[in-house]
Design a protein around this ligand. Sequence first.
Ligand SMILES: Cc1cc2nc3c(=O)[nH]c(=O)nc-3n(C[C@H](O)[C@H](O)[C@H](O)COP(=O)(O)O)c2cc1C
Length: 176
Amino acid sequence: MDILIAYATTEGQTEKIARFCADRLAARGHRPLLLHVESGGEDMPECGAAILAASVHVGKYQEALENFALRHELRLNARPTVLLAVSLAAAGDDAEEWDDLARIADAFQARSGWRAGRVVQVAGAFRFSKYDFFRRLAMRWIAHQKGQQVDPHGDREYTDWDALGALIDDFADHAA
Ligand SMILES: Cc1cc2nc3c(=O)[nH]c(=O)nc-3n(C[C@H](O)[C@H](O)[C@H](O)COP(=O)(O)O)c2cc1C
């Protein structure tokens, strides 16, 4: 089956997740169509199912993914779909932060008109290697608030690759 993976990313973790999904689907005999919506990927290729992925920055996903979902709302709603929402809140168990993640996903779907078949909150990463000076300071403070030990010049990944792989297998099996 041809399965679209349309994604947006700011520091690269969602791209890594999208590529992981593509490899996983290919290994099971599907044809993944990887589309970076921020670099001119505006058209939606023909596909039997779609995975859309974006990350949370200050309470919102990347606008390019929202525009993509809005533009292709009807075709997306007619297929099996999943939204992978990448964030640091999903790495923790703070109930308020999880409520926020649910609200962000609901608001995104209400604005775009696309109702994802499934919404999956995926733990992302601190990517200090990609932050500018001010972001590094802000993210160090956030890490400190969360009681996390981080290398201020390195990366710290929280994505659970085994769980994500199992989810993608399950999605593809049901879609097929
Ligand atoms: C400036 C900035 C703002 C962020 N805002 C949030 C936020 O509001 N909620 C959250 O859970 N994570 C937040 N994050 C964490 C990102 O969602 C996380 O680092 C994710 O892995 C980024 O994915 P990307 O590399 O694909 O952009 C923020 C990160 C940065 C750098």
